[in-house]
Design a protein around this ligand. Structure first.
Ligand code: ZN
Length: 226
């Protein structure tokens, strides 16, 4: 490796330096093994070490198990699509939730991703329907309102069936920006609009909560009845 002058180093973007370094450090195996490690390393949450561990697990595994994994990967791309109504993942044109007549058509819960639908479904607290935006407004990453399923949401609200919208975007900067943007669009339409409460984790300790979380918990406190 050649040493680069400080001025040159300063001019080079840190991202490029990082990329060069990781490519240099990671490409150590031959052919197919390295290709697999590279592909696995591109998955979210999989670092170079995990990618290597998974690749060697695959190498040692039974060919039938590996075939099943490969088939599952191909099938998911071939068969799973996004629900035409709400944007959730689905095997049909409409997802299971949109097809379920027992779900209330009057309440809509707006989430960022399909995995948020699963998280809310696990609580068994919500019996309405969903709108999956496909992300959150993020100007730095170049994601604007037009990149999300907001037009689809407005179209669903047009006939007046939905009377309440719950904004369940993530409690981070992008999620808050998206919720604020949507509230500004939806409130003038006369809808009941709410935002999920942010608060303290169950089983947590008050003294360890950060001030933003504790502040939100105060803001979202609820009255107790006898
Ligand atoms: Zn759906």
């Amino acid at each position: 490796m050649r040493l680069i002058g400080t001025r040159e180093a300063r001019r080079g973007s840190s991202a490029r330096v990082r990329a060069t370094r990781s490519t240099y450090a990671v490409r150590v195996y031959e052919g197919a093994v390295q290709d697999l490690i590279d592909e696995l390393g591109r998955l979210p949450g999989v670092g170079p070490k995990s990618a290597q561990r998974i690749a060697f697990h695959v190498l040692a595994a039974d060919p039938a198990d590996v075939r099943r994994l490969a088939d599952a990967l191909i099938e998911v791309k071939a068969r799973v699509k996004f629900c035409e109504t709400c944007g959730n993942v689905s095997q049909e044109d409409e997802c299971r939730i949109c097809r379920d007549p027992r779900r209330s058509p009057n309440v809509l819960c707006v989430v960022e991703e399909a995995k948020d639908v699963v998280a809310i479904e696990r609580t068994r607290e919500f019996r309405g329907r969903y709108q999956v935006l496909g992300g959150a407004i993020n100007p730095i990453a170049g994601v604007g309102p037009d990149d999300l399923r907001i037009a689809q949401l407005l179209k669903r609200l047009a006939d007046g069936t939905v009377t309440e919208v719950i904004l369940a975007t993530d409690p981070n900067v992008e999620g808050e920006a998206t919720a604020t943007y949507l509230a500004r669009l939806l409130l003038p339409m006369g809808l009941t609009v709410s935002r999920l409460a942010s608060g303290l984790p169950v089983g947590g300790d008050l003294e360890y909560a950060d001030e933003v979380t504790l502040g939100r918990a105060f803001e979202g406190r609820r009255l107790l009845s006898a």
